[in-house]
Write a protein that binds this ligand. Structure first.
Ligand code: NAD
Ligand code: ZN
Length: 357
């Protein structure tokens, strides 16, 4: 048995208002004549947060358009633009949801690795460490702030750059930045965390490390999505920690069926990660009976509509594409169903599942 030797984020700051420490945090990482790049979710364009970014001399803010989730082309475009404009940079700071954090991680790596980011989609293909990178979530749930991957859609697949060079050097967890996230978005991204917990806690890869974080994250999700009272700062604080702990849980186990199936939707239809996971999880009673029952309570209590019939009218070829992408996520299936998973999840069975979505 070979145990995973798990590379973690190097520095973590947590607390309301901790964003104000960013200047102090970045100072030791500034190299003379090369700027810090702030890659900021386009949601914050013209919002007050932008004026709080500690810009020095040649620093630059780039607003990242995350109308679509990150693509290898977008990563290559950004890193080539930065190489042309500055040669090298001191670091890149991603401020936004999972999409922006993943973009920042990938651009950091591509500043120091040749070729296209598509060449590194997979496990441990990245050759050299990236430039300094920090992540500042403005949505809670994906766990992208702690993970060793950056999920990208490339020319032939949707797969992360998984490597020991991928985790951030620093994360700033300031729940204040998640105030006023629209209810639906907060729910979809929050459910990403809830689903991470269920998939990790019921998986065959489970161990005490994953369980400890997964149970804590699950409890926090239950408190915020099923608890009494209005949503407020306490819920934002808890959900940010749930995201972190959920990410730590899957880092030492794996996700499962909702993710494997949702990747197919994402690849073919561009369905976003959070909502896609909800659309799939809603139909997984057979595999996660308790989790799905509780999920439905959360949907009801928070008055969310989960989209239905999004695959109706697709061609056989399109179903095959989704099935290929999904079955390619072998570790996820193995975690969910054990080493005999291929006998259980046949193409026919998966097709029937996709047709229900
Ligand atoms: P997102 O980053 O795609 O953002 C969703 C929407 O919310 C965008 O329109 C964005 O502009 C907006 N937004 C961001 N912050 C906001 C705020 N404070 N208030 C209002 N709107 C805000 O959503 P997400 O669910 O955080 O991230 C999904 C992405 O994360 C996917 O690309 C997925 O593949 C990736 N992901 C990565 C990992 C990982 O380990 N690397 C894990 C899970 C998911
Ligand atoms: Zn996820």
């Amino acid at each position: 048995m070979k145990f995973r030797n798990f590379k973690m984020v190097s520095y973590v700051v947590y607390g309301r208002g901790s964003f104000n420490q960013l200047d102090e945090i970045l100072t030791p990482h500034r190299n003379e004549n090369s700027p810090m790049i702030f890659l900021v979710d386009h949601f914050f364009e013209n919002k007050p947060l932008v004026n709080r970014i500690p810009l020095r001399s040649a620093d630059k803010i780039i607003f990242a358009d995350v109308s679509f989730e990150p693509k290898t082309k977008q990563v290559d475009g950004l890193s080539n633009q930065l190489k042309q404009e500055f040669g090298t940079i001191s670091g890149i700071i991603g401020i936004g949801g999972g999409s922006v954090m993943d973009l920042a991680k990938a651009v950091s790596l591509m500043m120091n690795n040749p070729g296209s980011s598509a060449d590194y989609q997979g496990w441990d293909l990245v050759k050299y460490p990236g430039v300094y990178k920090a992540g500042i979530p403005t949505l809670s749930g994906t766990g992208a702030e702690v993970s060793r991957t950056t999920v990208l859609t490339g020319p032939t697949r949707k797969l992360g750059m998984n490597s020991d060079f991928t985790p951030f050097d620093q994360i700033v967890l300031d729940p204040e930045l998640t105030t006023n996230v629209p209810v639906n978005q907060r729910f979809y991204t929050g459910m990403d965390c809830y689903i991470h917990c269920i998939e990790s806690l019921t998986g065959t890869f489970l161990n005490e490390f994953s369980k400890s974080y997964g149970e804590k994250a699950l409890n926090l999700c239950q408190e915020v999505f099923l608890g009494e009272g209005e949503w407020g700062s306490e819920q934002d604080d808890k959900l940010m920690m749930a995201s972190y702990a959920g990410g730590m849980s899957i880092a030492y186990s794996q996700v499962g069926i909702a993710h494997a199936v949702s990747y197919g939707l994402g690849y073919l239809l561009g369905t976003r990660h959070g909502i896609g996971n909800c659309i799939v999880f809603d139909k997984l009673e057979e595999y996660y009976p308790d989790g799905v029952r509780e999920f439905k309570q959360m949907v009801k209590k928070n008055k969310i509509e989960i989209p239905q019939h999004i695959t109706s009218g697709l061609t056989d070829e399109q179903f095959d594409t989704m099935i290929d992408v999904s079955l390619g996520m072998r570790p996820l299936w193995e975690n969910a169903l054990g080493s005999d998973w291929e006998k259980i999840m046949t193409r026919g069975k998966l097709r029937a599942l996709y047709e229900q979505l």
